[in-house]
Design a protein around this ligand. Sequence first.
Ligand code: ATP
Length: 271
Amino acid sequence: MEHKAVGGITFSIPDGEFAAIMGPSGSGKTTLGQLAAGLLMPETGLVYVDHIPTSSRKKRFDISNKVAYVSQFPEHQLFEETVFRDIRYGLRRKKYSEREITAKVKDAMECVGLSFEAYKDRSPFQLSGGEQRRVALAGAVVLEPKILILDEPTAGLDPLTRGKFLALLTVLQRTKHMTIVCITHHLQDALEYADRLVILNNGRLVYDLKPAEIRCALEDPAIALSPTPLLRFRKELESFFPGKIDSELVQENKLLAFLTDRLMRTLGDES
Ligand SMILES: Nc1ncnc2c1ncn2[C@@H]1O[C@H](COP(=O)(O)OP(=O)(O)OP(=O)(O)O)[C@@H](O)[C@H]1O
């Protein structure tokens, strides 16, 4: 029987947006990411990257200059003997001097929090999973793509490194105006960092919403999204402050600011 990984999906991501692609295992996230990167061709329909159809053979080089893809298994993307050589690999077709290449690799490494001196001569195969992810990301960032597509970039990272990595993506989005497409299973990460959540189920796009609109997806039994501790806490708060919990309060810092404000007012009333 023919199996379609994804189908009937129509959507676009504007320049400079951070979109999180979510959905249960096997729902088609990786397939969608690879279609968007031009690594897979759709059997039917069209995928455009910056107005260029990925099916255009003539423009394949242009597309590869615009998009960088970091796979779910960064260790599969690393193959050179040293971190430096691995990161500079994508620059080989560009006409940069050795000095320019070194400066760009150094910038990219620092951008992902890897010290140039400490890591440049190390073998990528002797690094931890988190370090390998950062090397793969530096290899993508060094190309200065307009669009960065990452497949579960924080899988296997400890919470601190995960937070730093996602914060780094938002820095790239803001400072370099990069469009970020991040496939993730972490709902709270998506709520914290993404501008928009695209949720797939069984190869179909079932929700395309802003973080503040997450409630309707959570209430849908057809998709397996479980509320995060923060969202459960928010629900509890709604019973204490009926009608006062803004739908925007899905990020930790906003919720804490709300609680601090309430606490200060209560303390003010008591004194
Ligand atoms: N090369 C392939 N050949 C045949 N079927 C495939 C292939 N790659 C993926 N599939 C199928 O397509 C569907 C979507 O797979 P995909 O890897 O896109 O899912 P996913 O949402 O990224 O899953 P996960 O969260 O587990 O990584 C799955 O049912 C999978 O078995």
